[in-house]
Design a protein around this ligand. Sequence first.
Ligand SMILES: C[S@@+](CC[C@H](N)C(=O)[O-])C[C@H]1O[C@@H](n2cnc3c(N)ncnc32)[C@H](O)[C@@H]1O
Length: 412
Amino acid sequence: MIAAFEVLLKQTMGLDAASIGTSAIERAVQQRLVACGLKDEEAYLERVRASADEVQELIEAVIVPETWFFRDREAFAALARMVYEEWLLTRPEGVFRVLSLPCSTGEEPYSMAMALLDAGFPADRFRIDALDISARSLAHARRAVFGRNSFRGGDLDFRARHFAPAGSGWQLAEAVRKQVEFHQGNLLDPGLNPGAAAYDVVFCRNLLIYFDRATQDRAIAALVRFLALKGWLFVGPAETGLLLSHGFSSVKVPLAFAFRRAEAPPAEPPAVKNPVAFRRPPPSPRVVPPMPFSSVVLRTPAALIPSDLPTGIEQAMRLADQGRLVEAAKTCEEHLRAQGPSAQAFFVMGLVRDASGGHADAAEFYRKALYLDPQHHEALVQLALLLEGQGNKSGAKVLADRARRIEQKTVK
Ligand SMILES: C[S@@+](CC[C@H](N)C(=O)[O-])C[C@H]1O[C@@H](n2cnc3c(N)ncnc32)[C@H](O)[C@@H]1O
């Protein structure tokens, strides 16, 4: 009997029962059956087949709405950098369009808005559309009051900047809320057309893992329709391999899990002679977004993996880029054993530890990198961010100043 519900859920929302297990589906069916006051699964199957509203209720009972602010932080820092280093170069005017699908209870699209605003990007130059199949999650997102579970990890400075306490939770500021528009939508609906024009960036994170191969193919075809030719598609750490097998290539920002279509032409040179007003983040303390390991590695993504890196490190960075953190750490350790200590290997170890939440270890690795190469710009930036996140403002400032001096020297 449960197989009939599995088929129904596959057909409606694409869910592959194997991804969450039959028992989770059984629990959802039982919950709905009791709520409807029906006596057995057969009666409930009849009800659900006859009522679109009940199908939606079953979907609400089975979805996995797990999400939190700045989940996989690198992605949000990469988004902010992409605007300045790529999009604005050819778009002195116009609106940067971003899609979050699925957005669940809103933490993801609101994190995008905070990241862009904190990077100094003007509010009237970007719009975020956020879609999810769950009407209940969307209602929560629109209310914009969040509990403890939405705030994970050590660095919660963003909460002080953008939220006000509300009961036992926190209410998000209107300035962030107004950047995001929520709509109900099913990624697998062939008629789904979230926006009038293609999106510059699409986040589709932690959904494809719930689909089987054929459904993933359909989902990716839909995402390709929504994405501008040179746009970036961000996925979850476990979904990166899938994109590589669908004609996408990594944009090579470690731990951001961002891709573009392989046939997309490279970024064009600036369309105007005089640089646009927002070519770079404004020279305020916000140049370095206040996130501990935001890849505010202040280089262009392409330059992040220099061509002269020893193979082991390059491989470790690529693994990290694909979300294969354990393998990335192992590759780095092997490289260190075989080649001896190197600043870049320690730096990559730091990034990997940061991404898995080991901030103390990460700080130690950045320090080792700086011991070997005091001019290591990225290590300075990352360590500054970590210290800032831990409340060590003066330590962070010393490092950030050093990083800035190196930047200035490089620009001259
Ligand atoms: C694990 S959450 C991911 C949220 C967010 N992207 C993140 O990574 O934190 C998965 C979301 O996918 C939504 N979902 C499931 N099937 C969907 C579909 N076919 N179309 C749109 N959303 C779907 C669920 O409602 C749930 O909110």
